[in-house]
Design a protein around this ligand. Structure first.
Ligand code: SF4
Length: 349
């Protein structure tokens, strides 16, 4: 049984994120795992070499580094990875998939403090007496401090319970903004703490109130412009028109465990064939739904791609996407409602 860490933690790992390496070492030792795969969100992959060295020295297990960044807690192998490992440690997300093999999720909370921007956030929120606070998992631990500061300045602060894909109060995920949606009717504005604007824009597309984006790395604090929300919705509206008039559509499924749902790709392909009066609707399976794959589809003459996998591809990078992309369940709703794209974001239950 693993007791206390015998090896000092590399300072880089100590400084930036909480990798919880002592907890990881205890889990590896108590499970008596001999060969472990470590994987992480794309932004954390450059730490994995340090993690491997420390973990091997600490536990004696052999540690293999996954060859690609993982996009969410959903992005895990469907069966024990075929490289002879008996357990997986997944850094940078919270888990919500029943994988059927030993896996430990470590959220990797950022160690960055938001204190330098408290005053700025408070003054920008003048005129908004009640606010909702949300964050991506890396920054969700900053919410209690920000909340206390804003409450001391007389604000009423609400932090919603997460949806099924989150684990912490206020946590939002690219396909799950329920923490913000739950409190939206009772707040005047939202504050989202996340690296990059993706989660803030996603929430802005999902709620009625204005969204203030707090960027912890650069300390920028700015409203998500209403014009940007409207623009995304216009792009999505045009994409919907393209979809409904397309002759050639690619429906893209994935073997990734937390993204694949049996039958969804086939059902949506059947629906599009019927509605568009076209047999030219094909189902593909790819592990990584990349821009390169979309270019390939375009070269083959497909006009629209529909993904039954990760919903974020429908709204992330929409400006650079070689083809309009829709999420499968959104397509089903579109055909039912008759081209009603009133929300530019798609969420899963
Ligand atoms: S389905 Fe996509 S948006 Fe949702 S958790 Fe997975 S990678 Fe993130």
């Amino acid at each position: 049984m693993h007791q206390v860490a015998a090896h000092p933690l590399p300072s880089r790992l100590e400084r930036d994120y909480d990798f919880e390496l002592e907890r990881v070492a205890r889990w590896v030792s108590s499970g008596e795992f001999r060969r472990v795969l470590i994987q992480s969100a794309p932004g954390l992959t450059h730490y994995l070499g340090d993690v491997r060295r420390w973990l091997e020295a600490e536990t004696g297990a052999s540690v293999v580094v996954d060859g690609r960044g993982r996009f969410g807690g959903c992005d895990v192998h469907a069966s024990p990875p075929g490289v002879g490992v008996d357990a997986v440690v997944h850094f940078g997300h919270t888990g919500f998939v029943d994988v059927g093999y030993p896996i430990l999720y470590v959220p990797c909370h950022s160690r960055l403090s938001l204190e330098p921007v408290y005053e700025m956030v408070s003054s920008i929120l003048t005129g908004f007496p009640t606010v909702g606070l949300e964050a991506s998992v890396q920054h969700v631990k900053t919410l209690p401090g920000l909340r206390a500061f804003l409450e001391a300045r007389g604000k009423r602060v609400l932090v919603g319970e997460p949806g099924r894909r989150g684990a912490y109060p206020g946590q939002v995920v690219g396909c799950d903004y329920y923490a913000g949606i739950r409190v939206d009717p009772r707040v005047d504005a939202h504050v989202v703490v996340s690296g990059g604007v993706f989660h803030s824009l996603g929430l802005a597309l999902s709620v009625d109130k204005p969204v203030l984006h707090v960027e912890p790395y650069t300390r920028r604090v700015e409203w998500v412009p209403r014009s940007e929300v409207d623009r995304v919705n216009r792009v999505r509206g045009y994409a919907a028109y393209t979809l409904m008039n397309a002759r050639r559509v690619a429906v893209v499924d994935t073997p990734i465990l937390g993204q694949h749902t049996d039958g969804v790709a086939e059902d949506v392909a059947k629906l599009i064939r019927e509605k568009n009066h076209s047999e030219d609707v094909d189902v593909f399976s790819v592990e990584v739904f990349s821009n390169e794959f979309l270019i390939h589809l375009k070269e083959m003459g497909y006009e629209v791609a529909v993904t039954s996998a990760c919903t974020r591809f429908a709204t992330d990078d929409y400006d650079r996407s070689p083809l309009p992309v829709f999420e499968a369940r959104e397509v089903m709703r579109l055909y039912r409602s008759g081209l009603n794209v009133d929300r530019g974001v798609v969420m899963l239950q």
